[in-house]
Design a protein around this ligand. Structure first.
Ligand code: ADP
Ligand code: ZN
Ligand code: ZN
Length: 747
């Protein structure tokens, strides 16, 4: 017998099938999905691969499979992996990896102690510095490099876990510590983070009429064992989660399992507690990227063994190895974190749909501000729309006011805080209520410019301006982490008139401290969220220490419930509006509605102030009214007119490399190949010329892109796959090509 094997490698040239002979003693064991070790290339070299097909004979002279590795895939998983590789133009082995347990233990996993002191290993240098050290041969040992990569990929990993999941020994980590590349912190960990938690059990609530109707529609699909997609469209607090819980209970009672996806950032202990209080912790598995590799492994096994039948997780939990799945629920279905921005660039919603169709189960999407595409499909009748119009606990929606910053400028107020916001903050301080201020820019100033010649300081690796961080007196690149000192004279004209412009959270905090010297403040952005001071810690401090004002970026938008917050200020609503992306209006609308949702979740009515230079933009106007339907109607008209999703798909090729000429050459080659194919076929597609990307250089790599606007049909998929294969065979340069279907980031 012959096995067709794909090699577990990211090199595109290797993404094809190789034939291997199956030794007689393995014939009974090897099947499609088996993970195998095979000789490859030079005789001493072994690679891991997956069996994707079986046949009687090969046309080639073949080598033998060396051995079978432990974890394997089911036929259904293999089928899904193949579908993904084709649909997202990526390697089959990369898709297969998503379906394997996180890390594969090389030693006996049961040997781990339950509760004990562990040593957590952190990188002490940033990725760029480590890369440089490797290039300069300051780090030579392959094991050390492997260790650094593993630590980078698994933040919060312990020495014990490294020993368990890799062939790297403790002494290698110690050497890295001695040489200053990693630091080791001792910590006591609980293997099971919920074990000692005692939560009072909650009973299911009596559903409102609207909730009951929504519940029954989905229940019917469960009972009839058929696939149907639903959109549960309801404002925050309308009781969507209660509906999810009762549907999950129904599925579990039938002996089946449920997957609930939530955005990574919403997956807080409070959120999980609600489910534990209802279902108990024994049957719940939580999967997300902040867990240690050991915890993720445990969760995965718990699901595989059938001990857990409620799976709550972020994007990749859609691949959890559930045996008898009864429903998939995606909360905040519009959230961009469901789309993977690394290979394979899949969208969890599309995967969920595929799985739900295969398994003939319902898919329930929930949101207060649905994705425009989802809502369109609901309007078209492809998705069943279920609506919750009222808040379940009778709290009021906050009142939103717009502040026109142009008027502030006209009266000479150059501060970031308008007169109205100032007044409201003062009121809140007087009444001992809490305030959240939101600004989508971190750092102090967003750029530094010479007043004499207009030169702006840019990163030497990326074509993007450097941000001034006042506390450290340093300029940072937010794309590659490059840092440099603030110059005293302009590098071009020598003038000393270099000033910083634009605003960031650091500057906002300083201004607030200056305006309200007696108020306590806390800031949350990537710069204050560190390994020792997590997102959770900051929010807990804000809540428990009753700090007056929380200042933050995107991160403050989701997750917690703050009963004492009655005022939310959006400092500059325009920052998400002025980006070069067809979703700019949608993102602005979502963001404002979500930020507003932070205010007044209790009986007391909250106030929201939105400062903007564009009070007439429809996203801002309709967000002020908190009216999704009006927004949708305006937005869908524009999408139709400009032919953007849902009226077509966007397929983006990103071509990047260190030599601009090579990047251009490769771009032209791909463009010509696609053009030829489109012209000789019936495919209707709008192919754009290769162009430098809006940010045309990141980390010293030049970036070009080609965009196709077309409906992604199976013909088009096949055509693109052929093009990519043909163009890669002849090209072995360091130029990289990524293909992204409906990318989240167009920069
Ligand atoms: P959403 O998920 O839409 O934001 P939740 O399910 O979290 O809404 O509900 C908001 C609040 O209303 C919660 O405190 C919840 O316990 C309560 N709630 C939900 N459904 C009901 C109900 N049928 N009766 C009473 N309270 C409810
Ligand atoms: Zn100058
Ligand atoms: Zn940079």
């Amino acid at each position: 017998m012959i096995a067709e094997v794909v090699i577990n490698s990211t090199v595109k040239n290797l993404d094809r099938v190789f034939d291997y002979a199956i030794p007689v003693e393995m014939e009974d064991e090897i099947e499609i999905g088996s993970r195998v070790l095979i000789p490859f290339g030079r005789s001493t070299n072994y690679e891991e691969g997956f069996v994707v097909g079986l046949k009687e004979k090969s046309d080639y002279e073949v080598k033998e499979i060396l051995r079978i590795q432990e974890e394997e895939l089911s036929n259904q998983e293999m089928k899904l992996a193949k579908w993904m590789a084709n649909r997202y133009f990526c390697n089959l082995s990369d898709c297969i990896k998503l379906m394997l347990p996180p890390g594969t233990a090389t030693k006996k996993i049961e040997n781990r102690a339950k509760d004990k002191k562990v040593q957590v290993v952190y990188l002490k240098k940033n990725i760029e510095q480590i890369k440089e050290a490797i290039q300069k041969k300051e780090i030579k040992s392959a094991k050390q490099i492997k260790a650094l990569n593993f630590i980078k990929k698994n933040s919060g990993v312990t020495i014990q876990e490294i020993e368990l999941f890799t062939d790297i020994s403790r002494s290698i980590i110690k050497t890295l510590e001695k040489n200053g590349y990693v630091e080791i912190l001792e910590k006591t960990i609980e293997r099971n983070p919920f074990l000692h938690k005692v939560l009072e059990r909650t009973e299911k609530l009596h559903l409102t009429e609207e909730q009951q109707y929504a519940y029954q529609q989905v229940e019917k699909a469960i009972d009839e064992k058929k696939h149907e997609s639903f959109l549960l469209y309801g404002i925050t607090g309308s009781g969507k989660t209660e509906v999810y819980m009762q549907l999950i209970e129904k599925v579990v009672r039938m002996g089946r399992a449920a997957i609930l996806l939530v955005p990574e950032i919403s997956l807080t202990p409070q959120m999980v507690d609600r489910f534990i209080a209802r279902f108990g912790q024994e049957t719940i598995a939580v999967l997300h990227s902040k867990l240690s590799i050991g915890e993720r492994y445990d969760g995965w096994q718990k699901i595989k063994d059938g001990r857990a039948n409620i799976i709550i997780g972020a994007r990749s939990a859609i691949f959890a190895p559930v045996k008898d799945l009864g429903i998939i629920i995606i909360d905040e279905e519009h959230d961009s974190s469901y789309k993977s921005e690394t290979n394979p660039r899949y969208h969890a919603k599309e995967i969920a749909k595929k799985i739900a169709q295969e398994k003939e189960i319902p898919l329930l999407l929930g949101s207060a501000t649905p994705d425009i595409t989802t809502f369109y499909e609901a309007q078209e009748g492809k998705i069943t729309k279920l609506v919750l119009t009222k808040r379940a606990n009778e709290s009021n929606l906050p009142e939103i006011r717009l502040v026109d910053l142009r008027e502030e400028l006209a009266i000479g107020n150059r501060s970031m805080i308008s007169r109205y916001l100032y007044q409201e903050i003062e009121n809140n301080l007087k009444n001992k209520k809490q305030t959240i201020l939101f600004l989508n820019r971190r750092g102090f100033s967003t750029f530094i410019m010479c007043r004499e010649c207009g030169y702006t300081l840019k990163c030497k690796n990326c074509n993007i301006s450097l941000t001034y961080h006042k506390k450290e007196e340093i300029l940072k690149c937010h794309y590659c982490n490059h840092q440099e000192k603030v110059p005293t004279v302009c590098p071009v004209c020598g003038s000393s008139k270099i000033k910083h412009f634009g605003t960031g959270t650091q500057k906002l905090e300083m201004e607030i401290n200056h305006l309200f010297p007696n108020a306590t403040t806390i800031r949350m952005d990537i710069d204050t969220v560190t390994k020792k001071n997590s997102h959770e810690d900051i929010l807990n401090r804000f809540k428990n220490e009753n700090i007056d004002i929380l200042i933050g970026t995107q991160m403050v938008v989701k997750g917690h419930h703050f009963p004492n917050v009655t005022l939310v200020g959006v400092i500059a609503a325009d920052s998400s509006l002025n980006i070069d992306d067809y979703r700019a209006e949608e993102r602005t609308f979502d963001l404002i509605v979500q930020v507003a949702g932070r205010a007044g979740r209790e009986k007391e009515k909250g106030r929201v102030l939105i400062q903007t230079y564009n009070p007439d933009a429809y996203s801002i106007r309709y967000a002020q009214k908190q009216n999704y339907d009006l927004f949708y109607n305006a937005e869908i008209k524009m999408r139709k007119q400009l032919k953007y999703p849902p009226f077509c798909d966007i397929i983006m090729f990103g071509i990047s490399g260190e030599e601009e000429e090579k990047v251009k050459e490769m771009s032209n080659q791909i463009y010509a190949a696609i053009k030829k194919k489109i012209e000789s076929s019936q495919i209707e597609a709008n192919l754009g010329l290769p162009m430098p990307a809006p940010i045309d250089k990141i980390k010293n790599r030049f970036r070009y892109r080609i965009i196709i606007k077309a409906i992604l049909t199976s013909d088009l998929i096949q055509m693109i796959n052929e093009c990519l294969k043909e163009n890669f065979k002849t090209n072995r340069t360091k130029t990289r090509v990524i293909t992204d279907v409906n990318p989240m980031n167009m920069l």
